[in-house]
Design a protein around this ligand. Structure first.
Ligand code: F6P
Ligand code: MN
Length: 325
């Protein structure tokens, strides 16, 4: 089985970008190890102890953030990083060609129950006349040069696109390498599975409620088929399932509180997942727009997300279109 770096070389990925992805790979292995240590993670230490010196018994999402920052900012090719765990951007090498936005541990409430979590990342080019400020990151998702996630489950997997389709790599613990285990991930257009937090039903707009009502009616309803529901409550795991066997994943607009109508973040959740899903043949939209065409206004901007099997996303959007908020 092919290792990560030779696979990227075969795709003619820019050497500097390969180096950034190599740094991410190092982070992934370290975070996977820490997660496997569970409650002991903060005290037992590990191979990269010098990078996180003085940090005792930190929560794992804080540790993951620190590791990603330390290792990525050491790279000659990383100009700056933006993280869910940091208010502002953190500058790295002034000559760096790339910006990396990441969610260090997505689904972090799953840590407490020893369940699946992941690191989501998006790599963007440094724009011309880079300011050294957060506005460098404010580029639509279709500017991404690499995007993916690391899933820390029963096995650790790296799922990646550089625009040549979607590849899945599995961490071989015996040699400490990510090996190519699926070189052409594709999402079937049709599905019978959906993922949504049903407890928000009463807060959704009418179109969303009607869409889900019809899914729930199964063969007896207008959709004419039975649907199954799955919800891991970690976007990274729910999207991974969609990439593995299709489905629709949605975190739509909801009216719980006027100042926070969306849950997921554009720069390090929506965009990287949207690119992966599109590269695998699926669709990724908000209620009204392809996610990757959104011009961001803030590095921590939130958006609604409807992604997955193409026919099902279209069907959901039809319900939304034919009704008002
Ligand atoms: O990062 C936000 C997140 O943890 C996602 O991974 C996940 O999809 C969502 O929140 C879960 O939210 P809820 O609390 O509604 O299940
Ligand atoms: Mn998250």
């Amino acid at each position: 089985m092919q290792r990560l770096i030779p696979t990227l070389r075969k795709d003619n990925v820019d050497a500097a970008l390969i180096s950034v992805l190599h740094s991410l790979q190092i982070c992934a292995k370290e975070i996977a190890y820490r997660l496997s240590q569970g409650e002991m993670a903060g005290v037992l230490g590990s191979t990269l102890d010098e990078n996180i010196q003085g940090e005792t018994q930190k929560k794992l999402d804080v540790l993951a953030n620190q590791l990603l920052k330390d290792i990525l900012l050491e790279s000659d090719f990383v100009r700056a990083v933006a993280s869910e765990e940091e208010d502002g951007i953190v500058n790295g090498n002034l000559q760096g060609k790339y910006l990396v936005a990441f969610d260090p541990l997505d689904g972090s409430s799953n840590i407490d129950i020893n369940s699946v979590v992941g690191t989501i990342f998006s790599v963007l080019p440094v724009p011309a006349n880079a300011s050294g400020e957060a506005d460098m990151f404010l580029q639509p998702g279709n500017h991404q040069v690499a995007a993916g996630y690391v899933l820390y489950g029963p096995s650790t997997m790296l799922v990646l696109t550089t625009g040549h389709g979607v590849r899945m790599f599995t961490l071989d613990q015996t040699v400490g390498e990510f090996l190519l285990t699926d070189d052409q991930v594709t999402i079937e257009p049709s599905t019978r599975e959906f993922a949504i937090n049903m407890s928000n039903y009463r807060h959704w707009q009418d179109g969303m409620r009607r869409y889900v009502d019809d899914l729930l009616q199964g063969v007896e309803g207008p959709r004419g088929k039975n649907f199954n529901m799955r919800w891991v409550a970690a976007m990274v795991a729910d999207v991974h399932r969609v990439l593995c066997r299709g489905g629709l994943f949605a975190y739509p607009w909801d009216g719980r509180s006027a100042d926070k109508p969306y849950k997921l973040r554009l720069m390090y959740e929506g965009n990287p997942m949207a690119w992966l899903v599109e590269q695998a043949g699926g669709l990724a939209y908000t209620e009204s727009q392809r996610i990757m065409t959104i011009q961001p206004t803030d590095i921590h901007q939130r958006i609604s997300v409807i992604l997955g099997s193409a026919d099902e996303v279209k069907s959901c959007l039809n319900y939304l279109e034919s009704s008002q908020k």
